[in-house]
Design a protein around this ligand. Structure first.
Ligand code: DX5
Ligand code: ZN
Length: 215
């Protein structure tokens, strides 16, 4: 199966959202970055935009919650059209409960870790999740430089998943381009979020394909 490409709409032109979504129609998922100004030093997209995206695409919505206590918003994510909801390990007091609530609401559950957090903390949650999102930049902004040690984290996580016999998608977010994508896929990544690399490309379809074809 080819690599799943999930373009981030964080830096999209929201005045022309339907056109923006049309321009990335070669993608597999749409990545939506929700920020609360508390967990991360930025505020971004909320439910009205999630709904507008849902109304203008038939792709699964890959919602990345960079917010504290995400449990409060799980049902609303479902109501507004999310298909996958990813929460941060660092933002959840009872992560197992949060993951269970996402699945009980009928969505796929993802857990993300920040660059300074080792993959070993995921050991006990792996049997329960559908996806792990490795942050390869500090969350908050698009267009940041890729943190190179993320590749080794992917390799370690891949081994944990294979050894445990789990069915978990490995997704990476931050600074993904053709070069870093190659390294990540070789280390075991299944899905790549791409903001700047796709949005700033003259040919967005070609940029998406170049990542899909890494496997
Ligand atoms: C960062 C967001 C990312 C970001 C990726 O906090 O989670 O999804 O938009 O953008 P690039 O690919 O430009 O690093
Ligand atoms: Zn993201």
């Amino acid at each position: 199966m080819s690599i799943i490409v999930s373009p981030s709409i964080l830096t999209a032109d929201f005045g022309h959202l339907a056109d923006e979504l049309q321009s990335i129609s070669a993608c597999d998922w749409i990545h939506i970055d929700v920020m609360d100004g508390v967990f991360v030093p930025n505020i971004s997209i909320g439910f009205p935009i999630i709904k507008a995206v849902k109304d203008n695409t038939d792709k699964p919505l890959d919602v990345h919650l960079m917010i504290v206590d995400p449990d409060r918003y799980i049902d609303r994510c479902k109501d507004f059209g999310a298909d996958i909801v990813t929460v941060h390990y660092e933002a959840c007091r009872h992560l197992h409960r949060t993951v269970a609530a996402i699945k009980a609401a009928g969505m796929k559950a993802g857990v993300s870790i920040n660059p300074h957090v080792p993959v070993s903390v995921l050991e006990e949650i792996l049997p329960y999740v559908d996806l792990i999102l490795i942050m390869s930049v500090n969350p908050g902004y698009g267009g940041q430089a890729f943190i190179e040690t993320s590749v080794e984290k992917v390799r370690k996580l891949k081994k944990m998943i294979t050894d445990g016999g789990y069915n978990v998608t490995i997704e990476i977010d931050g600074g993904v381009n053709e070069r870093t994508g190659r390294l990540l896929v070789d280390a075991g990544a299944d899905a790549l979020v791409a903001g700047n690399y796709v949005v700033s490309a003259a040919d967005r379809t070609a940029a998406i394909r170049s990542l899909q074809e890494l496997r």
